[in-house]
Design a protein around this ligand. Structure first.
Ligand SMILES: [Zn+2]
Length: 303
């Protein structure tokens, strides 16, 4: 059995879509690697709250000390606050098409990433449905096909979102942090939409903390990918497609040299099902993880 790593690429902001995605498509193309892109479709309201998405004190200190280029322009910091929100993927349909035509798996990350993250706990059922359906419609309008996968912003989902996703014809979703693909259990009943959880930390969670620099982070991640594990790494168009692009390209080269196959999540799921039998049934819960602001959804032990 070989070592396999699922690559999930989140696109959260207008700038990440415009600058980060084309850069990542070039890097992945050169490495001969395909991944799964999840696009925020609607307004980029990241604004000042972008600080909560990517910046912990240690991360911020590291960025300032290293003199690395700023991740976010002032325009992004003010987006949806003092200045109008700009769309993310719907502003650049050709970039979305390029990713899809290039053989990458593509899916919906959100309609309004920030609103989901901040408001999901307070959403009424109709609001959850609207957010999911608006994202799916925007995707279908550009690519003339339905999305087959969805990834909840900030790995934050709820029973309402999981249950509506059951009606959307998805192959699977990636809405949480966990250990391996599974079927979520709600009220004692397994759902039919599998979850492919992110299993590894993100660069921004450990940089300046456990990991001195991005090279150390990626080296550690390579060591985490072992035979018989179903590792999924999440990268961000804004980080690995931005100031950490060179380190990410080096990571892909090392992965190849050490026999690790980097694949879209659908391929990881298919390999898991083919080699290891039926997926476990696991409840999900909300909790916190080191280095990340706020609450995420977590895979719990199998029942
Ligand atoms: Zn995101």
């Amino acid at each position: 059995m070989s070592r396999i790593l699922g690559l999930r690429i989140d696109v959260d902001t207008h700038e990440g879509m415009r600058e980060g995605v084309p850069r990542l498509l070039d890097i992945l193309g050169e490495a001969g690697v395909k991944g799964t892109f999840y696009f925020a479709m609607g307004p980029d309201r990241s604004g000042l709250a972008i600080i909560n998405v990517f910046t912990r004190p240690g991360f911020l200190a590291k960025m300032l000390k290293s003199g690395a280029p700023k991740i976010y322009s002032l325009r992004t910091m003010l987006s949806g606050t003092l200045l109008p929100a700009r769309p993310v993927a719907t502003a650049f349909p050709d970039i979305l098409r390029r990713a899809d035509k290039g053989g990458h798996e593509t899916g919906v990350h959100a309609w309004d990433h920030r609103r989901w993250q901040d408001r999901l706990a307070h959403f009424r059922k109709e609001e959850i449905v609207l957010e999911l359906e608006k994202g799916a419609k925007a995707y279908a309008d550009i690519l003339s096909k339905k999305p087959f996968t969805f990834a909840a912003p900030a790995w934050y989902s709820c029973e309402g979102s999981l249950l509506h996703q059951e009606t959307m014809g998805l192959t699977y979703a990636s809405d949480c942090r966990g250990t391996e693909p599974f079927y979520p259990v709600i009220a004692g009943r397994p759902l039919k939409t599998a979850q492919v959880p992110a299993t590894l930390p993100t660069l921004d969670e450990t940089l300046g903390g456990i990991d001195q620099d991005a090279t150390a982070f990626f080296k550690r991640m390579l060591g985490e990918v072992k035979e018989g594990t179903w590792s999924v790494l999440t990268i961000h168009a804004e980080l690995e497609g931005g100031p950490f692009a060179a380190e990410f390209a080096a990571f892909l080269a090392k992965a190849k040299a050490t026999g690790i196959s980097v694949v879209p999540l659908k391929n990881l799921l298919a390999a898991r099902v083919a080699s290891n039998g039926p997926l476990p049934h696991c409840p999900m819960a909300h909790g916190t993880i080191a280095g990340r602001h706020g609450v995420v959804s977590l895979q719990m032990p199998a029942v």
